[in-house]
Design a protein around this ligand. Structure first.
Ligand code: MF3
Ligand code: CO
Ligand code: CO
Length: 289
């Protein structure tokens, strides 16, 4: 149903539609007329929701900072899980992963050839030379923030270091494409170009996602894409960028025993960085910094 110009705006500001989001919607409609996929209103966060996600992001960042200070060889991935779980709960949050579609732990810890969704275990001891992705999603006052980082344990090989660096660079480069009236596909274009330039591959089938009011919302953020394709970006959208970059082939398999952990088929290393970001009036805001 079309909203009347004198009706209250759909964004909940309390203002009349005509003096709030009417011009904004007209602009979106002009892209839609050109057959560009556009976000539904549901994907556009209100200032209040953005503030909630920002706070969840702040707590999420504290968790990752705390892990950065403590992570070391000899520790188990379960030790990291416990540290993260306790920190989140003690600060009024909820670890989103715990119980999510049956996931048994509070965070994901993916070591070396594990690409993502590694399940923390007391039997998995970090050793010198390992690389590990720690992925934390925190719910605070109902809002979700999702981010991950790589940690290098002790002295790691130059090859591993390079993979971790290039993966991070690809996310930072992609941020330049996050701007209102831009296209989602440009993010994947920049990431895949950068990664391929270094001889690496990036997963197509597992990617980023809208986030904030829920753990996984639309749109799907594919890290392999062509320029000037994909959903229109508008202020108020919030999503993750989280490329999984493989040293070798893109092929992967899922652990048959736990049905979660994704590994590289060829046993080579994989790295990932994840930010939750918002599209703003003039570019982007990283909500997990
Ligand atoms: N945090 C992951 C993501 O970036 C999702 C983990 S789901 C879990 O989307 F169940 F494995 F925790
Ligand atoms: Co995510
Ligand atoms: Co995540």
């Amino acid at each position: 149903m079309k909203i009347g110009r004198n009706d209250p705006c759909w964004c909940g500001s309390g203002k009349k539609y005509k003096s709030c989001h009417a011009a904004f919607d007209d602009k979106i409609d002009s892209y839609k007329a050109k057959r560009i996929p556009v976000p539904s209103h549901k994907l556009i966060k209100t200032p209040e929701q953005l503030e909630g996600i920002r706070k969840a992001g702040k707590l999420n960042t504290e968790v990752l900072d705390m892990i950065a200070e403590n992570i070391k060889a000899g520790m188990s991935t379960e030790d990291i899980n416990v540290m993260a779980h306790n920190y989140i709960v003690e600060h009024g949050g909820i670890p989103a992963c715990l119980g999510y579609q049956g996931f048994p732990k509070s965070i994901c810890t993916s070591v070396n050839d594990a690409i993502c969704h590694g399940i923390p275990s007391a039997d998995e001891i970090l050793k010198d030379g390992d690389i590990i992705n720690v992925d934390v999603t925190t719910i605070l006052d109902g809002y979700y923030a999702d981010a991950s980082r790589m940690f290098m344990i002790g002295e790691v090989s130059d090859e591993a270091k390079k993979l971790v660096e290039v993966t991070k660079e690809s996310v930072d480069l992609a941020l330049q494409e996050v701007k209102p009236w831009g296209r989602l596909g440009n993010i994947g274009a920049v990431i895949s170009e950068h990664v391929h330039k270094h001889g690496y591959t990036v997963l197509k089938d597992i990617g980023g996602h809208g986030v904030g009011n829920d753990f996984h919302e639309d749109p799907y953020v594919c890290h392999v894409a062509k320029r000037d394709t994909g959903m229109l970006l508008v202020p108020g959208m919030v999503f993750t960028i989280e490329p999984m970059v493989n040293e070798g082939e893109e092929d992967f398999f899922v652990d048959e025993e736990n049905d979660w952990t994704v590994y590289t088929e060829d046993g080579m290393l994989s790295a990932q960085w994840e930010y939750t970001i918002a599209v703003t009036e003039d570019g982007y805001e990283i909500l997990t910094h």
